[in-house]
Design a protein around this ligand. Sequence first.
Ligand code: NAD
Ligand code: UDP
Length: 333
Amino acid sequence: MISNISNGNSLNTSARRILVAGGAGFLGSHLCERLLNQGHSVVCLDNLSTGRMENLSHLLSFDRFSFVRHDIVASLDLPVDEIYNLACPASPPHYQADPIHTMKTNVIGSLNLLELATRYQARIFQASTSEVYGDPHVHPQPEHYWGNVNSFGPRSCYDEGKRSAETLFHDFHQQHGVDIRVVRIFNTYGPRMRPDDGRVVSNFIVQALKGEDITVYGDGSQTRSFCYVNDLIEGFHRLMYSPNAIHTPVNIGNPDEFTVGALAEQIIDMIGSRSKVAHRPLPVDDPRQRRPDIEVAKRELGWQPTVELADGLRSTIAYFERQLAKRTGKLAA
Ligand code: NAD
Ligand code: UDP
């Protein structure tokens, strides 16, 4: 119902039918919400491997919203005006649990969605990743850097899968004139990550809230740059609907760079936790450093992040407090 509009985005008069693959996940659920609030019809398609219906519970009352349980590795036919492809587990433990299916999702799944886009002349958006830069030798990473990626390791199913997907997007644009948009997402965090997601921000917050050891992999000197989810979704919107159609990949991320050790300390301090840092082995091929060069997004989209890490962490911590309280309540019941 339109009366449910909550985030102040204006309604779009040219409402479209939009497919969001991976819409029950962390980022996908925020995207579905944004598109619904703009007046579009949204079909969320998800195999619920890492996604959760609870991420969508507040959207089910929209009559313009529908959910289809489907794996994009299987072909599909659905008339649509636009497609967003976010379907793929994003956390290393999840995408490494079934690496062959991760590769299939990125290659066969992307192919299926690109064929759908060709059939219905739909604009199609790909959620690519900073992992296409691998363990980078160029820092920060601009879009024209080709990366340093291992094709034969535990991260390869994801990194090479996403690289192959980018190639397919490039080729469908060149060969069939498909209207593509490709975003390279840098580490993003916020409400609706799973408590057992396995990525660093959710792990540290959940561990700190429970008073458990904070598992810093390696010596904690590796760096990442953390973008709050609302900033990212605004970047998606600007890229997808920019008047100057950009058919090449665009980095979207927050260039403020932190060591993993510093992130652990900040989360312990903010929560006032009794947790101690406990070092664990560094995973194979873990990138040493990562930070986006966002000059293209600034120049072409007028986009830059607005949420400071401390502010984003505050709302993410509040979310996980509620999640844990809900679970404890359930256990006690
Ligand atoms: P997530 O794991 O929360 O969401 C992925 C969603 O895709 C889940 O709902 C999952 O059930 C669904 N899915 C997975 N495989 C599928 C398949 N074969 N068919 C249908 N659905 C499938 O992860 P997220 O953080 O929301 O990431 C969303 C997208 O953004 C992913 O493509 C990811 O690679 C990309 N990305 C995310 C980040 C980040 O920091 N969050 C960074 C880089 C790229
Ligand atoms: N990391 C960590 N402890 C954890 C989870 C992750 O120290 O409990 C580290 C991980 O080794 C990496 C960084 O945090 O250096 C970011 O990891 P994440 O899995 O969030 O994302 P990615 O490695 O894909 O950037």
